[in-house]
Design a protein. Structure first.
Length: 360
């Protein structure tokens, strides 16, 4: 059996370090925020090349708090990719704003910058690109458009830990960058976790206050905040894993290179990497017009695959109220019908990747 992703193997590889980190927190007697969270925030900001990092409870909250910190709410519009995980849209609707979807570049599956200008209205307050599958979105035209129109850029980097755009790590290109440390992400906790990074001291400060009941001083509540704090046990786990992240990304790159070479003549559409992109291969997503047949063949050979994502947000029951017909966003719909994610992760042996390919 070749699982899609083996989280237990990732834990076993660093068991001694992770166990020690968890026990350090247990012994400290400090279980909310505090030194472990602050140390991780400094280390994560450093890794991302950002001035500030603020730990929060999960990736969805990171997006929600970023939108709130920018005072985005009812009556406002936010441009989102049509092809993304639903969390990107859920954050926008959670603050009462309207998600305005833009179709992807079919080569990269990421938001197509050339289609954004037409979707901007006087109500648009932010552009929210996603670095899907660990592949950076084309940020320069997005940032240029945002500056020209005086609107904010929030990046959903939940799949892009360590990815580079034009040589510089994702972490502070836009106004706020939102991270998830869900266990399956490239940097994953052993439970939920999230963060924002930014070069704006003001936005970092607002989010720091918002994540903790709107409070800077205990029992003084400046704004109606949330309880969305990064757990110190998870911060300690993330600190144990972070020094290994680049090496683990290199292993993902080796598997992606093997897939690209070995599947060149398979007839599948393979990921396209623009020359300015340095992806971190959160997922290795291929496209096939016979996705069901391919997935069945692999399953029969004991190879686990997943679909990211089978139903695009605009076709979810949750968004029936937006009144978007399935074909209102035909590219998102088509990708959802054709994509398949092959096994990928730092603990996947290259020999197993070869076995995956022999069953494609
Ligand atoms: C995982 C993910 C999120 C949400 O992160 P959680 O920590 O699960 O809340 C948001 N956006 C994208 C693109 C994701 O992959």
């Amino acid at each position: 059996m070749i699982p899609f992703l083996d989280l237990g193997a990732a834990y076993r590889e660093l068991k001694a370090e992770i166990d020690a980190a968890i026990h350090r927190v247990l012994d400290s007697g400090w279980y909310i925020l505090g030194p472990e969270v602050e140390a991780f925030e400094a280390e994560w900001a450093g890794f991302c090349g950002a001035d500030h990092a603020v730990g929060v409870a999960n990736g969805l909250d990171a997006l929600i708090l970023a939108l709130r910190a920018l005072d985005i709410g009812p009556g406002d519009e936010v441009i989102v990719p049509s092809n993304t995980y639903i969390a990107t849209w859920l954050a926008v609707t959670a603050v009462g704003a309207r998600p305005v979807p833009v179709e992807p570049d079919p080569a990269t599956h990421n938001i197509d910058p050339a289609r954004i200008a037409a979707a901007i209205t006087p109500a648009t307050k932010a552009l929210l690109p996603v670095h899907l599958y660990g592949q950076p979105a084309d940020l320069d035209p997005i940032l240029a458009l945002a500056r020209q129109r005086g609107i904010a850029v929030i990046e959903d980097a939940a799949q892009a830990h360590g990815a580079r755009y034009k040589g510089r790590r994702i972490g502070a290109h836009g106004d706020v960058v939102c991270w998830s440390f869900y266990p399956g992400k490239n940097l994953g906790a052993l439970g939920d976790g999230g963060a924002i990074t930014t070069n704006s001291a003001d936005l970092a400060d607002r989010i720091r206050v918002l994540r903790n009941y709107g409070s800077r001083l205990k029992y003084r509540n400046e704004v109606q905040g949330a309880n969305s704090r990064l757990d110190p046990i998870q911060a300690a786990v993330l600190r144990a894993k972070l020094p290994h992240l680049d090496a683990w990304t290199d292993r993902r790159r080796a598997i992606a290179a093997a897939y690209a070479e070995g599947l060149r003549d398979s007839g599948l559409i393979l990921p396209h990497v623009p020359d300015w992109a340095d992806p971190v291969w959160h997922l290795y997503v291929v496209r096939s017009p016979d996705r069901a047949g391919l997935q069945k063949r692999l399953a029969e050979a004991g190879v686990g695959t997943l679909i990211h994502y089978p139903i695009p947000p605009h076709m979810q029951a949750a968004y029936a109220g937006l009144g978007l017909a399935p074909d209102a966003l035909p590219l998102a719909r088509q990708l959802a019908e054709e994509v398949l994610s092959l096994p990928m992760g730092p603990q996947l042996a290259l020999a197993d990747a070869v076995r995956v390919m022999s069953n494609v």
